[in-house]
Design a protein around this ligand. Sequence first.
Ligand code: 3EB
Length: 336
Amino acid sequence: MSGAAAGGFSVAYRAGPAAAWLERSDTLAVLGFGDASLPDGEPRCLRVPLAPLAQGEAPFECWRVQGAVERGAEGDLHWAAGGGWRFVAVELDESPLGGIEAASEHAYRLLLAHAAARPERHVLRLWNYLRAINEGEGDAERYRRFCVGRLRALDALGIERYPAASAIGHHGPRGLLQVYALCAVQRGEAMENPRQVSAWHYPRQYGPAAPSFARAMKLPDGALAISGTAAVVGHASHHVGDVGAQAGEAFANLHALLDRAELPAFDAHSPLKVYVRHREDADAVRAVLARHLDPAVPRLLLQGDICRRELLVEIDGWSSLPRLRTAGGSSRGKRG
Ligand code: 3EB
């Protein structure tokens, strides 16, 4: 029932085809990357234009819940909801809106207004994928304009406790802005990182509107949703020009966050996404991952631009996701 407490929410990287996951009634969302093949007009699907940095077929990211999922679409927004959780995605072309600042405000207004009117009204985790994120100089940089538009919408809708988030640059279709969210019927608990200044307190030098996100969000079921984490210590970027050292610093930040949340080390239930700015840095980043992660930790490397141009790598993901039952989710009406 939609008003009930949220049950378990799980995330896994799975090999294709996506149809095998979409036929399950407990699948909340299926995300594909790069040129992944996904069905058109399926509100649970989103194709993110970030190229996987691996040979062979890229896996899909599958979100599952405990309960049957409903879904729909309205204009630029599509959604799916069930088991106390909601996936909401807004995909739009920023050009007719006059650029990234207006487009991000518009996307956030659509998404936040949608969530506010639903039982799953708590927006816990957001992903933002915009084209050419570092284009433009100084305060005209597109990421900084994005932050201005985002903050204007959050302020307009009275959101004072920011969700966890990632904001990454893509090289896909011109003008394509994607914002998607995980929402729940219960609130989460936002967490900050003791090694980092809270993003909304960044000093003026990083732009006219500070980035509005929490470093992590404890979900109602106890798992942790971790925001994009880079080599930012205090508010400054560290190890400029050294991708391996940046990845190591990102792990120092991630481990500080896990400590603060009193969660164990990353394991098989901690899928991570690793955004690498330069394809040729992938092997150096893989080596750092191998040093810091148990081999059981699922990881997906994607080519993506980080919001500060000197940052070369960023990691986001999950910790301590519940292990959901795999039986009984088929929508083919297995009757026991
Ligand atoms: C940082 O620590 C790196 O603007 O939503 C990470 C996660 C970053 C989310 C956002 C930005 C965002 O500031 C950049």
